[in-house]
Write a protein that binds this ligand. Structure first.
Ligand code: IPM
Ligand code: MG
Length: 368
């Protein structure tokens, strides 16, 4: 049997630096756990635009479609801010999501105990926090037509369209219910059914899928604005939150900040099962390309490393090895080893990207 295949797209800014550490982790699993991957690497975002004049070539897109999982670093940077919308680095990422049909974006917000004091909220509000935001990723206002800037009666008008079919809602709702069954069995669905028809339909379809297929899961509904408020008031009331593309973009950033450490948060974007039974999948850290610290060896590689842990769990059925990697990261934090982003308050010397990778590798070794 051939090894599972991974396409690595380091992208821009700190992407290449943090991905270099992930590659060492991948090699460790090959050498020490017999989990070998066929790894290939390619360009995305500004890095692809620099070479090819497009943020994602057709050839790279085809590779992404063919592999078992894609691992992405980050895209974007000030150098590309003035580019035409159609060739901005972000379009490369959006094309991957859309053409791979990665409709379920899993964004865990977990508060590592060693980092609870970094949150802007009180320790007791966030310590032990473990919630999962499931964001619809291939539809809604991000992709709805018509869209554009038009002229009406001599004045410009900017238009985007929020559009959801019931099939699109039902499939992401199923992802959320399935996840909840493996967690604390609760789903809260968020929309704006008080002002948007798409929200009314969203609420109906989520309820229908629940009643027909997942009556054992506890389901509640919340308006997304109230959801934002509840997330900051008492986030531990939530287990799984399912919401649309735009609300999910906002709420997942909010939830990420609760944990106090954007540099720690991974994500998985999953689509329908392929022929081999594995879901189409792309894994990426929630943080961006951080151009201000790019190239300095300071970036925290943990979010990207934990994204690989999600790949082990959701693509390769290696939950035990994913646990091992997550525990290794936790052990490093417990020992007080910190990159600069995790050092707002106390003194002490931060370690760099490479040293953080070394520490995780040492913790992996110690786990054997
Ligand atoms: C995210 C990002 C993206 C989004 C950008 C980079 C296009 O904010 O993944 O949350 O808006 O979806
Ligand atoms: Mg975002």
């Amino acid at each position: 049997m051939s090894n599972p295949s991974l396409l690595i797209l380091p992208g821009d800014g700190i992407g290449p630096e943090v991905m270099a550490e992930v590659r060492r982790i991948i090699d460790w699993f090959g050498d020490r756990r017999g989990l070998r991957f066929d790894v290939s690497e390619d360009l995305v975002g500004g890095a692809a635009w620099d070479v090819h004049g497009t943020p994602l070539t057709d050839a790279t897109m085809a590779k992404a479609q063919a592999v078992d999982a894609v691992l992405l670093g980050a895209v974007g940077g000030p150098k590309y801010d003035t580019l035409d919308f159609a060739v901005k680095p972000e379009r490369g990422l959006l094309r991957l999501r859309k053409e791979m049909d990665l409709y379920a974006n899993l964004r865990p917000a977990q508060c590592f105990d060693a980092l609870a004091d970094f949150s802007s909220l009180k320790r007791e509000v966030v310590a032990g926090l473990d919630i999962m935001i499931v964001r619809e990723l291939t539809s809604g206002v991000y992709f709805g037509e018509p869209r554009g800037i038009f002229t009406e009666g001599g004045a410009r008008v900017g238009i985007n369209t929020q559009r959801y079919t019931e099939g699109e809602i039902a499939r992401v709702a199923r992802s959320a219910f399935e996840l909840a069954r493996r967690r604390r069995n609760r789903v809260c669905s968020m929309e704006k059914a008080n002002v948007m028809e798409s929200g009314v339909l969203w609420r109906q379809v989520v309820q229908e899928v629940h009643d027909a297929e997942y009556p054992d899961v506890e389901l509640s509904h919340m308006y997304a604005d109230a959801g934002a408020m509840q997330l900051t008031r008492w986030p531990k009331q939530f287990d799984v939150i399912v919401t649309d593309n735009l609300f999910g973009d906002l709420l997942s950033d909010l939830a990420a900040m609760l944990t106090g450490s954007l540099g720690m948060l991974p994500s998985a974007s999953l689509g329908a099962p392929m022929e081999n039974g594995r879901p189409k999948a792309l894994y990426e850290p929630v943080h961006g390309s951080a151009p201000d610290i790019a190239g300095q060896g300071k970036a925290n590689p943990c979010a990207c490393i934990l994204s690989f842990a999600m790949a082990l769990r959701y693509s390769f059925d290696q939950g035990g090895e994913a646990d091992r990697l997550e525990r290794a990261v936790q052990a490093v934090l417990d020992r007080g080893i910190r990159t600069a982003d995790l050092m707002q308050k106390e003194g002490g010397r931060p370690v760099g990207t490479r040293a953080m990778g070394d520490a995780v590798l040492a913790a992996l070794e110690a786990s054997l």
